[in-house]
Design a binder for this molecule. Structure first.
Ligand code: NAX
Length: 326
């Protein structure tokens, strides 16, 4: 049997963590031939809840789960980690300004970036889920000078999957029939879900739906889907977010299908004119643990303006946490 892959999950006792750890242990992320060791990192106040998660993991008797480490010490949590999934973050409390939320989280993610730099595998792959995810990924990478910034990503796969679901509903097709969906920008209300390059059963999506539907219904619905779920459930997305984490890491590690791509927030290399100082969601293909931004897609004036709006928002977030960037 292959050596076990070590996966660190922060915030493992939270809602998304609880929906995620069992799926990783069952083999959904790396396949049925790949054992895993889970390293679950929490804050001291959540260690009791985390011990309950650990008990339930043990009670599942997953054949692929070779060990479980629970800790509130980042040095132990990230030790030799091959994959680090950063879910734990500070939620917005009553009266908290957006600026304070960004700054408070930047402190957490700069600390975790340093711990990853000092303790994780040199090949570690990091995905940031905790919000503001893109800027948290930027600050974590900036605090890990010994690692390549391409090892740090943020998750826009939930938005991507939501977009696939809505287009499938509208065109009365299966999600599996749709390819080349893209989410551009920030994981926020300025994200730009984009169907101009999408194929449905091999045909352009825009032969089946109108631009008006895309602009007036599809784009705002994906942008606000998180709020729609909270309104219905009284709780934020957890199972779908965990599922998107599984997809993000699975495809990064094992590759994207031929002739298709996925959306991942990665460090901009200037592609599509985006400032190199931000982590931006792009269409990417993955192979053997590496991603490449899809190049050469035509963008009309409306799309360019949407990308610019999201880039501006990310530059604004960056300005707020500038002093924490080494
Ligand atoms: P919960 O509040 O249920 O869980 C968060 C957990 O993180 C708690 O158990 C808490 O003790 C722990 N935690 C806090 N600070 C920590 C630290 N410094 N180190 C380790 N653990 C820490 O939130 P949940 O619903 O699980 O959401 C987690 C994060 O995901 C939030 O920031 C949320 O906004 C974000 N989301 C991001 C999404 C994305 O697509 N990128 C979608 C879903 C979700 O909204």
């Amino acid at each position: 049997m292959k050596p076990a892959v070590k996966v660190t999950i922060t915030g493992a006792a939270g809602h998304i963590g609880y929906a995620l750890v069992f799926r990783i242990a069952s083999g959904a992320m790396f396949g049925q031939e790949q054992p895993v060791i889970l390293r679950l990192l929490e804050i001291p106040q959540s260690m009791s809840a985390l011990s309950g998660v650990r008990m339930e993991l043990e009670d599942c008797a997953f054949p692929l789960l070779h060990d479980i480490v629970t800790t509130d010490d980042a040095a132990i949590g990230f030790r030799d980690s091959d994959y680090a999934i950063l879910v734990g973050a500070k939620p917005r409390s009553k009266g908290m300004e957006r600026k304070d939320l960004i700054t408070e989280n930047a402190k957490i993610f700069s600390h975790q970036g340093r711990a990853i730099n000092d303790h994780a595998s040199r090949d570690v792959r990091v995905v940031v889920v905790g919000n503001p995810a893109n800027t948290n990924a930027l600050i974590a990478a900036a605090n890990a000078p010994d690692l390549d910034r391409s090892q740090f990503t943020a998750m826009t796969r939930l938005d991507h999957n939501r977009a696939l679901g809505q287009l499938a509903n509208k065109t009365n097709t299966l999600v599996a029939d749709i390819s080349r969906m893209t989410i551009w920008g920030n994981h926020s209300l300025t994200q730009y879900p984009h169907i101009d390059h999408c194929l449905v059963d091999g045909k352009p999506a825009l032969d089946l739906v109108t631009q008006d539907w895309a602009v007036d219904h599809f784009i705002p619905r994906i942008q606000r889907r998180g709020a729609e779920i909270i309104e219905a459930r009284g709780l934020s997305s957890a199972a779908s977010a965990a599922d998107a984490v599984v997809d993000h890491v699975h495809d990064w590690a094992l590759g994207t299908p031929e002739d298709d791509w996925v959306s991942m927030s990665v460090h901009s290399d200037g592609s599509y004119g985006i400032d190199e100082g931000v982590v931006f969601s792009y269409p990417v293909t993955c192979k053997a643990g590496k991603y490449e931004i899809v190049q050469g897609l035509d963008l009309d004036e409306f799309s360019v303006s949407r990308l610019k709006a999201s880039e501006d928002e990310l530059l604004g977030e960056r300005a707020i946490i500038q002093e924490l960037l080494p």
